[in-house]
Write a protein that binds this ligand. Structure first.
Ligand SMILES: Cc1cc2nc3c(=O)[nH]c(=O)nc-3n(C[C@H](O)[C@H](O)[C@H](O)COP(=O)(O)O)c2cc1C
Length: 348
């Protein structure tokens, strides 16, 4: 194994360990959903048992508009994790993302850790993943085509992580040429391109540039959940200004900004970043998310209670969402998006 690839696998391992065993949540900033209350509808006539969440994700039928966020791959530990996450995704019939495929660009050692997702999740949408820092280095898009083929990806995700690259000991905080590379990618790749953050959020201004470049999906991955600056600070022995632990746009704010762009652009909006309960999820839908996604809470549930735990967690959340839909007079998620929230400070 060459040195770069060894470093990549080691980093993946440390990310998993810190995500599971350390408190790497935002410290002073929340996802923003706590500022909202649902508007109770005393006259509800919703038939709770008739509510369904079945929908489509890029041409494939799914049971819930919930995505297991891109997390891991490229190390020996990640093969087992991905194998189990994929079983949960297949049984629930929900989309799943693989973690950054950078390692698979570097050599062939851990290809199975990515392929296992498609092997165990044959019928659901599977999403490929690469960081923008890697994308901008590519002279041709052929390597991305290979990454897509490796897992028969239905869509490909580029993650933007300027904060993480800035704090990461071996990071490369240089994204010069980003939008040009994304335009080229959109033009040359057959599957839809989604762009996500990793916890600092994508606000309206950034999204507009990405949508103008042709991307078909925005996953806001806002602040309030896992702090990637926090994870890198724990890895980085050099002192870094603690201020950056909590840097970023809260998830609720990102959703509000992005939903306005729906008047002018056709794209899917994914709400993620600290979605850690059915109530968070319902509020994300209410603020305009078409789909929601979670990462670290799913990993932790898998670690504690295995595949069944992950399935129960997700179905439990949708049980909560049904109750909220009943109480807000919402027959469908479309109804739930129609002004069902009130800002707390204005309400009483
Ligand atoms: C262990 C772990 C590894 C991750 N690796 C990736 C990755 O390779 N690519 C990516 O786009 N996001 C990655 N993420 C970020 C998540 O997809 C997500 O955007 C972020 O953690 C915020 O969501 P959360 O608050 O639900 O954890 C990772 C998250 C975790 C917890």
């Amino acid at each position: 194994m060459n040195i770069i690839s060894e470093q990549t696998s080691k980093r993946k391992k440390e990310h998993l360990e810190l995500s599971l065993n350390s408190d790497v949540s935002f410290k002073t900033k929340a996802n923003g959903f706590e500022q909202y209350d649902f508007i109770h509808d005393a006259t509800t006539e919703v038939e709770i048992d008739r509510i369904t969440f079945k929908t489509i994700f890029f041409k494939k039928k799914i049971n819930y508009p919930f995505l297991i966020s891109c997390m891991t791959g490229g190390s020996s530990e990640s093969e087992n994790i991905n194998a189990q996450l994929a079983i949960a995704a297949e049984e629930l019939q929900i989309p799943i993302g693989v973690g950054s495929q950078r390692q698979a660009l570097e050599n062939e050692n851990f290809r199975k850790s990515y392929q296992i997702i498609r092997k165990n999740a044959k019928s659901v949408p599977v999403l490929g993943n690469l960081g923008a820092a890697e994308l901008i280095k590519l002279k041709s898009m052929d390597p991305i085509k290979n990454l897509i083929n490796l897992i028969e990806a239905d869509a490909f995700v580029i993650h933007l992580n300027p904060l993480q690259e800035l704090i990461q000991p071996e990071g490369t905080p240089n994204f010069k040429g980003l939008l040009k590379s994304i335009k080229k990618l959109v033009k040359e790749i057959q599957v839809p391109i989604i762009v996500k953050e990793v916890g600092s959020g994508i606000g309206g201004r950034s999204s507009k540039k990405l949508l103008d470049a042709g991307v078909k999906g925005i996953d806001v991955a806002g602040a309030g959940g896992t702090s990637w600056a926090g994870i890198e600070m724990l890895r980085n022995k050099k002192a870094t200004d603690d201020y950056f632990w909590d840097w970023g746009l809260p998830t609720s704010f990102c959703l509000k900004e992005n939903v306005r762009l729906k008047n002018d652009y056709k794209f899917i909006l994914i709400g993620s970043g600290g979605i850690n309960s059915g109530v968070d999820a319902a509020k994300a839908f209410s603020l305009g998310a078409d789909y929601i996604a979670s990462a670290r809470i799913i990993l932790k549930e898998l670690d504690s209670n295995g595949t069944e735990g992950v399935k129960d967690l997700i179905t439990g959340w949708f049980g909560t969402i049904k109750k909220i839909m009943f109480l807000t007079g919402s027959n469908s998620l479309k109804d739930l998006r129609k002004k069902k929230l009130i800002r707390r400070e204005l309400s009483y």
